[in-house]
Write a protein that binds this ligand. Structure first.
Ligand code: NAD
Length: 246
């Protein structure tokens, strides 16, 4: 039976690169997202690479939508081997003095509630998986609290570090490993709203003096879900070209 990977937020960026990497490694891929047009393009790209992929739409900040997605997935699949909780984002920038409660809740929901909703619903499927594991997305902002106006993003991603270890403890009895990647600056639409000239300056703070590619995160995820990482759980891997110790 094929291995199955569910990747949230996989219609673009690092999620799509991960779908490509795992798909080439023999996984059948379930991609999740919220934009049908992006999904259509992603499915064409994956199918051209010979990858079996299917799209399930759900806003992962919405508990009911997540549960409905898993009912739909359950009608077609009886197990999941790898869950990649990739969907997330800045959600905008706001300094604390001006921050609305609505903005705070939106960013926490996108990056942290989503990991809870999706992981909880995936557990019955992962229990039936082979070498099952979850990979969450932390960030360099989990540690440095984010750039200007990204304080709640950093806070939500710090929560991802702890929920990763909490899930690892909770799920070890089922043989489910739970790890996280912690990217630095990866060149995706995540940074679409940031001024490109300002971004160029960020390279001075990166040892390798360049941004990462989505595929450079995907290859680490491929390792984390593989048998080669069989003794890794509750771990966080930094992928930042040496950004964190300069
Ligand atoms: P991206 O913006 O290119 O892709 C995000 C994907 O998530 C898109 O496909 C989008 O449609 C989807 N998405 C957004 N909101 C969603 C929702 N509510 N429900 C379902 N899907 C939703 O970003 P990316 O760079 O690929 O980011 C992927 C992950 O990596 C995120 O968790 C992000 O916080 C994290 N990260 C990125 C960077 C970076 O520099 N790019 C750095 C650190 C961490």
């Amino acid at each position: 039976m094929s291995k199955i990977a569910l990747i949230t937020g996989a219609t673009a960026g690092i999620g799509l690169a991960t779908a490509m990497e795992l798909g080439k490694g023999g996984y059948d891929i379930i991609i999740n997202g919220i934009f049908q047009d992006q999904a259509d393009e992603a499915l064409v790209t994956l199918k051209e690479a010979g990858i079996n992929a299917e799209y399930f739409e759900a806003d992962i900040t919405n508990e009911d939508a997540v549960n409905a997605m898993f009912v739909a997935i359950g009608a077609k699949y009886d197990k999941i081997d790898a869950l990649i909780n990739c969907a997330g984002g800045l959600g905008g920038r706001s300094r604390f003095e001006d921050m609305t409660t609505e903005f705070y809740r939106k960013v926490m929901a996108l990056n942290l509630d989503s990991v809870f909703f999706v992981s909880r619903a995936a557990i019955p499927f992962l229990k039936k998986g082979e070498n099952p594991s979850i990979v969450n997305f932390a960030s360099i902002a989990s540690y440095n609290a984010g750039g200007p106006g990204a304080g709640i993003y950093g806070t939500s991603k710090a929560g991802v570090l702890t929920i990763t270890r909490a899930l690892a403890k909770d799920l070890v009895e089922y043989g489910i490993r739970v790890n996280a990647v912690s990217p630095g600056t990866i060149d995706t639409a995540f940074h679409a709203a940031t001024n490109r000239d300002i971004m160029e300056g960020w390279k001075n703070g990166i040892l390798m003096k360049r941004f990462g590619e989505a595929s450079e995160v995907a290859s680490v995820i491929e390792f984390l879900v593989s048998d080669k990482a069989s003794y890794l759980t509750g771990e966080v891997i930094q992928i930042n070209g040496g950004q964190d110790f300069l």
